[in-house]
Design a protein. Structure first.
Length: 372
């Protein structure tokens, strides 16, 4: 069965990653599928690499007007806020299932156009584990930015006054840069806590600190489950939060706990869900950005870095890793094998979330294979 996969250009600022590498796109072409790739001046792989693999090149953002109805629009980050209805099947990280700002508007566009969403965040196996994730690289880069912010505070520098962050050529290059900056402190190192230390993200954070010879304390669920206002957090210099919360819980750290004299001076919130109801560290109002990577809490001697696309700092390595994890499942999708797979679970969740906003139809009336 021949299908069309339309790899769109990423419109989110500073996003260089891609969900499908040229080599793996070529494998789809060899299996008889059409892979359309939009021109992109920012993607970490040049357009010509895809053309060399037999993909068809199209103009940037042309999916909106040119993609055939049976094409699947494939990307990584959320679409830009627009008003036109969405009629295609979409695969990407949408960030709309936890009542985030704009969630109803986006799902409404799909509802009006008859489109469907397969959210990569909720593409999970039978045990609820994500089949592909950037977690290791999010943890690695989040740890690096957290350390960088801590070093800057120790030197009384404002990281927001530097040039905007840009991607690094490799994880090794990033580590070498941070090692050089740490050397400016003459041997001082932070007391580091990694929350969620055993997950993908936590392992990535520990990998970074190990490379620099910085010892860390790792917390797992037993230290945080059911806990509220955890005073022990204030004793660390740097916290890297790697826990992805899917259910509302008591806050671990709140503004009223900070007196400005605590040891804690930097929080790197890799999970980065400041506007969601499941955020366990509700101490900052918004995600930070590549332009301004830090938010300094007024009068509290605490700075937060919380960028929601951290692996973009290592676009090539993270893209290769993610694409490799996802590809076996993508093959099933392209061949129409979705029943009882992560795809059917993602589609069912899409219907449930959509009809929680638009209950005119019932989920029980839907056929989960109607996308074929």
């Amino acid at each position: 069965m021949k299908r069309t996969l339309w790899l769109r250009h990423e419109t989110k600022p500073f996003e260089e990653r891609v969900a499908l590498t040229p080599k793996l796109a070529g494998e789809l072409v060899q299996r008889g599928h059409d892979v359309i790739v939009e021109k992109s001046p920012v993607r970490c792989f040049p357009d010509t690499d895809y053309v060399d693999q037999g993909c068809l090149l199209r103009d940037t953002n042309s999916w909106i007007t040119e993609a055939p109805l049976d094409a699947t629009i494939f990307g990584l980050k959320e679409l830009e806020q627009e008003s036109f209805a969405l009629k295609h099947r979409h695969i990407h990280f949408a960030h709309v299932y936890k009542n985030q700002e704009g969630a109803k508007d986006f799902l409404g566009r799909l509802y009006r156009g008859g489109g469907k969403l397969f959210d990569l965040e909720y593409l999970v196996d039978g045990k609820g584990k994500r089949v592909s994730a950037f977690g290791v690289w999010a943890g690695f880069t989040g740890a690096a930015l957290g350390l960088d912010l801590w070093i800057a505070k120790e030197l009384d520098l404002d990281v927001n006054e530097r040039e905007a962050l840009r991607s690094f050529s490799s994880s090794r290059a990033l580590t070498q840069i941070m090692a050089a900056r740490l050397a400016d402190l003459g041997g001082r190192k932070p007391n580091v806590l990694i929350i969620g230390a055993k997950g993908r993200c936590g392992k990535g954070a520990r990998q970074f600190f190990d490379a620099l010879g910085i010892e860390t304390i790792g917390w797992t669920r037993k230290e945080t489950q059911g806990q509220s206002h955890i005073k022990e957090l204030l004793d660390f210099d740097l916290i890297v939060n790697c826990v992805l919360m899917t259910k509302k819980a008591k806050p671990w750290l709140t503004i009223d706990m900070l007196d400005g004299k605590q040891s804690l001076s930097v929080l790197s919130d890799v999970s980065c869900d400041p506007t969601g109801p499941c955020n366990p560290v509700p101490i900052y109002p918004r995600a930070t950005t590549m332009d301004e990577p830090a938010y300094y809490i007024p009068g509290k001697n605490l700075a937060v870095t919380a960028i929601d696309h951290l692996p973009s700092l290592l676009p090539k390595e993270s893209s290769e890793d993610f694409s490799t994890q996802l590809f076996p499942h993508l093959l099933n999708y392209m061949e129409g094998k979705i029943q009882g797979t992560p795809w059917s679970r993602a589609l069912e969740l899409f219907y449930k979330k959509t009809f929680s906003y638009f209950p005119e139809e019932g989920v029980e009336e839907l056929n989960f294979t109607d996308f074929l």
